[in-house]
Write a protein that binds this ligand. Sequence first.
Ligand SMILES: Nc1ncnc2c1ncn2[C@@H]1O[C@H](COP(=O)(O)OP(=O)(O)OP(=O)(O)O)[C@@H](O)[C@H]1O
Ligand SMILES: [Mg+2]
Length: 249
Amino acid sequence: MTALVELRNIVKTFGGVHAVENVSIDLAAGEVLGLLGHNGAGKSTLVKILSGVFPADSGDILIKGQSVTIRSTRDAKALGIETIYQTLALSENLDCVANLFLGREIAGWHGFMNDEAMEKKADATLNRLRLRLPLLSKLVSSLSGGQRQAVAIARAIQFNARVLIMDEPTAALGPEETQNVATLIAELSNQGIGIILISHDIHDIFGLASRLVVMKNGRLVGTVNTGDVTKDEVLAMIIAGKVPEARQA
Ligand SMILES: Nc1ncnc2c1ncn2[C@@H]1O[C@H](COP(=O)(O)OP(=O)(O)OP(=O)(O)O)[C@@H](O)[C@H]1O
Ligand SMILES: [Mg+2]
């Protein structure tokens, strides 16, 4: 089967720092892939190349087997690649609907914003996610961490995302909110969206991802199926930089 996304032999250096050294990963439609590694392993750099923040020095990006050029975040979005950063980048002083459309407002008659159309579309997105946010008109500043994460996810998928990249999606959340985000991720996966979850903590994503990619010092340590490994084995991959025998996926 052709992968939804493939990163092949990606190299990225910053000055003398080898942030990503010849790393290849792939992602299937509907797959939840965990990207793990210590601070500075190169996780964010790798996905920023996919999301168009900066170009790779070398390597290829393929979408459904077709080589693509991603020069900007706009290019990435046009290809259906959406990213949610740790900071979520929500506007505190705007309500949820406004946040869902930030920078992509629906213009109506004479260029005025079409509030009704945006509310309708926001409602449809929340239904699609089976999200109960009784608060479309609430300011983001009044939402809980989990609700903010939900708004960020809704915004990302609202414009036909095929790939969703999430940097530490549950790191700042309590157990119940983490569960809600997990449910949301499962729903997106059901709908065929490929999801990359980034974390430096195996506990955050072990229960969410079906496959795990581990990086260390810019290099790919290995890829394993979550069902084939224990958390301790993955921890050993993160720390020692070696794949336990017979676990290579
Ligand atoms: N814009 C940049 N300019 C210079 N160096 C950078 C830049 N971005 C990342 N680096 C360096 O590249 C290496 C990989 O960093 P990266 O942010 O990709 O790691 P990470 O795995 O995401 O770590 P963390 O878990 O801390 O987020 C680090 O040595 C970092 O200092
Ligand atoms: Mg990072």
